[in-house]
Design a protein around this ligand. Structure first.
Ligand code: NAD
Length: 424
């Protein structure tokens, strides 16, 4: 850990860009990677910052700032989601694009990493304003994205509908139907069956493998989930269907905890209507952050980054932390969890199901031939189990944590591609 990293970790604001650079250095040192390769990989190849204006419902004009970062395209076009959130910033988007390169590497997809974000709070926008922000951002980045350049997808607070608007804007600019420019689209305009559930489903496959290794099974395992959106909510549903007991969930409004198990159907129904905090008040967690410290078999951070830090790492009691979110654990916290014997299934493996089925969607778009949901799920399972086993075996061989092993697999692939193309 660098001095700067140490300093950053003492504050609440750990910079994810510093985090990913530390993660690269750690794995590169074990692999003995050449310095010039590490220097290339420690920063994105291109970052675009755009300011675009949108006409609001009241007739005023508002300027929105957005970013698109393309980290490395040695293996193929860059790929990664677009986030709409008030706290989006350039360093976060850069870090997220770098995690995407390594995520695609772990599951062996022919992509490099990209990511985008727009500083906005979608909850305060009308549907029309949201559509105009989505179209405005796509117009602003249209020059650098495309089915063979950079392929966005959904992320925090962006939806299939938003992907549909963005695909339409890009197709209009190009003058031809271009479904392969973006994934996570509605099914009717080239989406893939199984994409909506893919991140959570992939995460569940890795959890099942981890439990199997520990001689346990999903049945009756207790689960706490921070974040109740695409990743967290669907993970809860899939795990409950396989016999897990969902004891705690949280969203941006608060957290619920019942050691006997929550009524998931009710929580889900409340999420769609008045909000999860209208659940029986006896089960409200006073401090929502405490959800991370509950005594459970499985903890799934499925919201934002930097939630497990040196401040709370020693209080984590879960046996398995499955990172559905990107970057929830800082490097310093990683060390503490490893020492405590807690298995962290790292983000670049645990949530790689999303980009894997995004890849399937893109392949289907390019060949204009669509697969059944069973076929998608089976292919996803093969990828996730195979990747999990590879990370597990390498971690055992090097007596290291899963994150470092996952980075090692990815770094090897990206390095090989850069060498094959004569970049180094
Ligand atoms: P989403 O917008 O569908 O859901 C986000 C959830 O987090 C919401 O329930 C929101 O209320 C909750 N949240 C926000 N702030 C919170 C806080 N402070 N405490 C607790 N909950 C909070 O987003 P998503 O797609 O589910 O993404 C969640 C995470 O998963 C992100 O880190 C994202 O990068 C990652 N991820 C998503 C995908 C995907 O396909 N959607 C793929 C890979 C990784």
């Amino acid at each position: 850990m660098t001095m700067l990293q140490e300093e950053l970790e003492t504050t609440e604001n750990v910079n994810p860009y510093q985090t990913v650079q530390t993660q690269i250095e750690t794995a590169a040192a074990i692999l003995g990677l050449e310095r010039d390769i590490v220097e290339i990989l420690k920063r994105p190849k291109r970052v675009l910052c755009v300011n675009f204006s949108v006409k609001m419902d009241d007739g005023s004009v508002r300027v929105f700032e957005g970013f698109r970062s393309q980290h490395n395209d040695a293996i193929g076009p860059t790929k990664g989601g677009i986030r709409f959130h008030p706290d989006v910033n350039m360093d976060e988007v850069k870090a997220l694009s770098m995690w995407m390169t390594f995520k695609c590497g772990v599951v062996n997809l022919p992509y490099g990493g990209g990511k985008g974000g727009v500083i906005c709070d979608p909850h305060t926008l009308s549907k029309g304003e949201l559509e105009r922000v989505s179209r405005g951002f796509m117009e602003a980045i249209a020059d650098i994205v495309g089915p063979e350049k950079d392929i966005p997808a959904p992320d925090v607070y962006t939806t299939p509908q938003i992907m549909g608007w963005m695909m339409d804007t890009f197709s209009r600019i190009k003058g031809s139907f271009s479904p392969g420019v973006i994934t996570g689209k509605p099914l009717i305009v080239g989406g893939s069956k199984g994409r909506n559930e893919a991140t959570a489903r992939g995460c569940v496959f890795t959890i099942a493998e981890a439990l199997k290794d520990a001689g346990k099974q999903l049945q009756n395992a207790t689960v706490a989930i921070q974040g109740f959106g695409n990743a967290g909510r669907i993970a809860a549903t899939l795990l409950a269907a396989q016999g897990c007991k969902i004891v705690a969930v949280s969203d941006s409004k608060g957290a619920l905890y019942n050691p006997q198990g929550l009524d998931l159907a009710q929580v889900t129904q409340l999420k769609d209507t008045t909000g999860i905090m209208n659940y029986d008040a006896r089960y409200h967690l006073q401090n929502p952050q405490d959800i991370l410290e509950l005594d459970v078999d499985i903890l799934i951070p499925a919201a934002l980054e930097n939630v497990i830090t040196r401040k709370n790492a020693d209080k984590i009691k879960a046996r398995i932390v499955a990172e559905a979110a990107n970057g929830p654990t800082t490097p310093e916290a990683d060390k503490v969890l490893f020492q405590k014997g807690i298995l962290v299934i790292p983000d670049i493996l645990a949530n790689a199901g999303g980009v894997t089925v995004s890849y399937f969607e893109w392949v289907q778009n390019l060949m204009n031939y669509y697969w059944s949901e069973e076929e998608v799920n089976q292919k996803l399972r093969d990828v996730m189990v195979h990747s999990y086993r590879a990370v597990h075996d390498l971690a055992a061989e090097y007596k290291t944590d899963f994150r470092t092993a996952a980075y090692m697999i990815s770094l090897k692939r990206v390095t090989e591609a850069m060498k094959a193309r004569g970049w180094v």
